[in-house]
Design a binder for this molecule. Structure first.
Ligand SMILES: [Zn+2]
Ligand SMILES: [Zn+2]
Length: 123
């Protein structure tokens, strides 16, 4: 494979944006550490990296919000289900509340772990 600009130069890398093969003279490295063929491609990848980082951060926040919501509803259901069960004895309703509360708690913990995990990847 040869460079897209210099037919007699062997390509050493491909552009991280457009995928063109390029030689040592043509390639440049973006701040994100990607090899690209032109300033246009450098800008494009930088925008793309910024966008990914933005979406990633948003997802992370969303995960934590989800975690707190699920944990809260789960705890309320569990406490309420336990209270009903102690007060009025076991019934399909208390069983349902305890089961649903447990599922919500597990879902909440799962989201919480996702939030923590992605936080660790950041640093
Ligand atoms: Zn390119
Ligand atoms: Zn070249």
């Amino acid at each position: 494979m040869n460079c897209f600009q210099h037919a007699n130069h062997t390509a050493v890398a491909v552009c991280g944006n457009c995928g063109k093969a390029m030689c040592n003279d043509c390639g440049m490295i973006t701040s994100a550490g990607k090899m690209v063929c032109s300033t246009d491609c450098a800008e494009a990848t930088e925008q793309f990296t910024g966008m990914i980082a933005h979406i990633y951060k948003k997802t992370q926040q969303q995960n934590r919000t989800n975690a707190i919501t699920f944990l809260l509803i789960g705890i309320i259901l569990l406490v309420y289900g336990l209270y009903e069960q102690l007060q009025f004895g076991q019934s399909p309703l208390t069983l349902y509340m305890l089961a649903a509360g447990g599922v919500l708690l597990i879902t909440g913990l799962w989201y919480w772990r996702l939030g923590i995990k992605s936080q660790k990847q950041d640093t």
